[in-house]
Every structure is written in C-alpha cells, then in structure tokens.
Design a protein around this ligand. Structure first.
Ligand code: PHE
Ligand code: FE
Length: 272
C-alpha cells in the first residue's frame, strides 16, 4: 500500500515560516500552563518542542521513539482513512509539513504542522495515551470493515481532538484541536456557552459534531487510563450493531443520565 509519506524537506522552510511557528508556540505555551493536562505539558517539555523554528521530524522522532516507540512522518495533507489508521496502528503519527500563512494565525481548515505537531505529538510521549492512539488505529481498520467509521470518528473527535480531562485542580484541556487554538483554549474551559459532559463511549458515538466553529459539547474523561480501559478491550462490533438502531443525539441535547459538569447556554452556534 502507498503510505502517502513525503520527505519533510526541513531545509525548504523559509524564515517567515519558522517565525510563524515561533509566534504560535510562544502564544500557546504561555497560556496553557494551568489549562492543559499535565501529561501534555510534560510532553512539550521532554520533546523539547520549544527550541526555535519548526521541529525537524527526524530529531523529534528519535526523542519520541525512545519514550514510547512513536515516530512522526510527513504527509502532504489529509490522507485516506485506511492509510491514516495503518500508520497509527504502527505507531507512526502523520503530520502535515506545511505551515499556515501569517494571516491565518487564528483559523484554518486543514491541519498544518503547528496543529499536528504542537497539538498532537506531546501526548504521544505519555505511555497510556500512546497505547490509546495505536489501539485507535487498529480499531479504525476494524470499523472500516463494519461500516462504522462515522461512529469511530466521533470518538476521535471528542477525545483526541476536543477532549477535556478532570484533575484535582479542575478541568484541563488535552484535545489537539483545542490546545493548538488560542481562542478555543479559552472557550473550552471558560465560556458559558458549551456543555461539558462526562465521557461515555456509546453516548459520544451518537453525538454529531461541528467542524466549522467551536464545539457545542465537550466530553470530560476521568483519566487517560480510564479512557483506555473503556476502549481497548471491548470489541466494538456489538456496540456498532446496537448503535445502528438508535438515532443520533441532538448536538445541544443533555440526556437524563449525562454527568453534567456545566450546562451551557448554547448561545454560540445554538439554534436561536
Ligand atoms: N476496542 C476497539 C474495537 O474493537 C478498538 C479501539 C480501541 C478503538 C481504542 C478506538 C480506541 O474496535
Ligand atoms: Fe488533529
């Protein structure tokens, strides 16, 4: 199978591109202490993502593979699902090599190297999260066979991209889509609009998500070990079959048995 990887061509980045990384890095690393999960902040630190300029994937992979066996490989942009899952199943994280233009600091549609590396890679230095991501890749290949990709994609969205975690000090961020975004790093923890609900696997798989605005729901895990416990062992095939007979849950709806951390006003993005 063509694995879609390309050389990073680090020498081809120009000073403006490195400066964009440095500016985004400085802004996020200043705001995340006290907001992001300890595991994420430790990953930033041990992987030395703060050295200036866009990281070299080869040097980064060397540090990361010593910790958890993961490496980072470059791809041109979004890749087919089966290719993506196969990389994850083999502990290879695929990252875009391009970086956003200076005027796109706050918003962009396609993941770039800042989102992919700053957002995703730090947690891959955590042994439990590292196992979760590999299991997700293996689960993705199985979901393809069960025609249940949409279900599994929701799990990825509400954990890997937009997850929150409960800690003794309060809720913290760990989703890559949040921690790589200045605006959503504030919104996801502090804004009155979104619901913050306890993570429940079947519930999450029934909940649609927004791709064009901040989330209307965030799901809160108790720990990475608990997330792994809920997902690694159980065979999802019976769950997929059961869910196929159930309707989706309206995106702003709270159910009677939801664990509610905050009931949002849904002012942002809600139906008026
Ligand atoms: N247990 C899941 C399955 O049977 C695999 C999986 C693990 C999926 C972790 C996602 C995350 O498909
Ligand atoms: Fe992402």
């Amino acid at each position: 199978m063509n694995d879609w990887t390309v050389p990073q061509r680090w020498d081809d980045y120009d000073p403006v591109e490195h400066a964009t990384w440095d500016r985004l890095f400085a802004r996020q690393s200043a705001m995340l202490p006290g907001r992001a999960a300890g595991e994420f902040l430790r990953g930033l630190d041990v992987l030395r993502l703060g050295s200036p300029g866009i990281p070299r994937f080869d040097a980064l992979s060397e540090r990361l593979s010593r910790l958890t066996g993961w490496t980072v490989v470059a791809v041109p942009g979004l890749v087919p699902e089966a290719v993506f899952f196969d990389h994850l199943a083999h502990r290879r994280f695929v990252a875009g090599r391009f970086i956003r233009k200076p005027e796109q600091s706050d918003y962009l549609r396609e993941p770039d190297v800042f989102h992919d590396v700053f957002g995703h890679v730090p947690l891959l230095a955590d042994p439990v999260f590292a196992d979760y991501m590999q299991a997700y890749g293996e689960g993705g290949l199985r979901a393809l066979a069960h025609d249940a990709l949409e279900r599994l994609a929701r799990l990825y969205w509400y954990t890997v991209e937009f997850g929150l975690i409960r800690t003794p000090g309060g809720l913290r961020l760990y989703g890559a889509g949040i921690v790589s975004s200045y605006g959503e790093s504030v919104f996801a923890l502090d804004d009155a609009s979104p619901h913050r609900l306890g993570f429940d696997l079947a519930r999450v798989m029934r909940t649609p998500y927004r791709i064009d605005d901040y989330q209307r729901n965030y799901f809160v895990i108790d720990s990475f070990a608990d997330l792994l416990r809920q997902t690694l062992e159980p065979d999802f095939a019976p769950l997929y079959a059961q869910l196929a007979r159930l309707p989706d849950i309206g995106i702003g709806t709270i159910l009677a048995d939801d664990r509610v951390y905050s009931r949002g006003t849904q002012a942002r993005g809600g139906a008026s």
